[in-house]
Ligand binder design. Structure first.
Ligand code: NAD
Ligand code: DAU
Length: 372
């Protein structure tokens, strides 16, 4: 039975991972540590509430004494570190929180793990520090370059990817220097339930429902490799089970799309679903298909993202060979599940849009404003 600390578990991938883990490993202990930034959402963890194997702790990965206390009092043997500032556009507008959490926060988490598992009361106990990273650390590919492998040199281009690259190096160094049992995964773009609607896919879905413009950065020909979030969670599970410590594993979808193709595909899918369902058309009267129009009429080219990476693609051959990793979901099935989830969970994204999503939880916990 594993005993996990899942940092950033109230975010998009972290919450999906918590639900995945409680489903797949029902006897395991899952402690979530999350500071509830704008990206953290307690509603995303609601399905876990009441499960006696699950506990939520509101706190920061940079708080080393808190992490040490949790590792000790809960007898935790595994950390899966999702906690991060994750949005590239925000890192361009203001890099500081990216440095604080992704670099300094991850380093404090490493120090806590070392203090308890290598130097302290848990000395000698089997443990694992798994660090969740991104394909963006490898930089940008030209159209005919081979996909990123684990040996592709790092060349991060945004403050976000540079901060993730720094954290990856720190994780590596704690293995090499101190013998901490670490693994790292570098994954491509995820999509699925609970994704904050600043990211391309949920933003486009929700804008289509409201008949709002669909902003395409630059010429729309940038390429991303899309993966359904549950496949990422399964990849991490396989790394925890079979991965070798000190190793890095790439996880990807083998599913490259230009941005304009993906947005056009989403427009077609939404038009088809709304066209086939009068109740949906009545629920979302501003969506173009409700009045016989096409959603792709909403596509609007806007100024490009500064330093916008042209193409990401993952070569997951090592994960396939060593872990038996293969995405289970095709893009066609994954995107339909995602659209169905957003349609069935309107209160979740409405609360995000109107800003009430963790105000209510914080008020309940702390009787008013945010925790100091
Ligand atoms: P997210 O922004 O949705 O969630 C991040 C979570 O971390 C939030 O719940 C937030 O409250 C929490 N957090 C932030 N700072 C914290 C701190 N100092 N202490 C504790 N908690 C903190 O992010 P996501 O999209 O779920 O990404 C999770 C991880 O996966 C990140 O490390 C990201 O770099 C990586 N990743 C994301 C993708 C993707 O497509 N979204 C792809 C590859 C890798
Ligand atoms: O590749 C993995 C990375 O994927 C993760 O490490 C990041 O945490 C995650 O945010 C994601 O980064 P991207 O920058 O690729 O994702 P985003 O959804 O912001 O953008 C996807 C593409 O769509 C990118 O080329 C920019 C473009 N875009 C995005 C938005 C929000 C638009 O054209 N219009 C938009 O409004």
């Amino acid at each position: 039975m594993a005993r996990l600390l899942v940092t950033g578990g109230a975010g998009f991938i972290g919450a999906n991972f918590v639900h995945y883990w409680l489903r797949r490993h029902p006897g395991d202990r899952v402690v979530v540590l999350d500071s509830l930034t704008y990206a953290g959402n307690m509603a995303s963890l609601a399905p876990a509430e009441g499960n006696p194997h699950y506990r939520f702790v509101h706190g920061d990965i940079g708080d080393q004494p808190l992490v040490e206390q949790l590792l000790s009092e809960e007898g935790l043997d595994t950390i899966v570190n999702f906690a991060a500032e994750s949005h590239v556009d925000r890192s361009i507008a203001g890099p500081d929180p990216f440095i604080d959490t992704n670099i300094v926060g991850t380093h404090n988490l490493l120090k806590a793990a070392k203090a308890i598992w290598l130097d302290g009361s848990g000395k000698g106990q089997p443990h694992r520090f798994h660090h969740v990273s991104t394909d963006e650390v490898y930089g940008s590919l030209s159209p005919d370059e081979p996909p990123f492998s684990e040996t592709t040199p790092y060349a991060p281009n945004s403050p976000y990817s540079a901060s993730k690259a720094a954290s990856d190096h720190l994780v590596r160094s704690y293995h090499h220097t101190y013998g901490l049992a670490v693994t790292t995964s570098n994954c491509s773009n995820n999509y699925g339930p609970y994704q904050f609607p600043e990211k391309l896919i949920p933003l486009v879905l929700i804008n289509i429902l409201h008949g709002k413009p669909l902003p395409i950065y630059g010429d729309g020909l940038n390429i991303r490799d899309w993966l359904y979030v549950d496949d990422h969670c399964r990849g991490i599970d396989l790394i925890l089970e079979k991965g070798k410590t000190g190793e890095v594993y790439n996880i990807g979808g083998n599913n490259e799309w230009t941005n304009i193709d993906i947005v056009t595909h989403l427009c077609g899918l939404m038009d088809e679903m709304v066209g086939a369902d009068a109740a949906l058309a009545a629920r979302f009267p501003h969506t173009p298909a409700a009045t016989g129009k096409r959603s792709d009429s909403l596509i609007t080219y806007v100024r490009d993202r500064a330093g916008h990476d042209r193409r990401y693609a993952i070569d997951a051959a090592k994960s396939r060979a060593e872990l038996g990793y293969e995405p289970a979901e095709s893009f066609q099935t994954g995107i339909r599940k995602t659209v169905a989830w957003y349609l069935a969970n309107e209160p979740w994204w409405r609360a995000v849009l109107d800003g009430s999503y963790h105000r209510e939880w914080l008020a309940q916990q702390y009787g008013g404003g945010e925790k100091e």
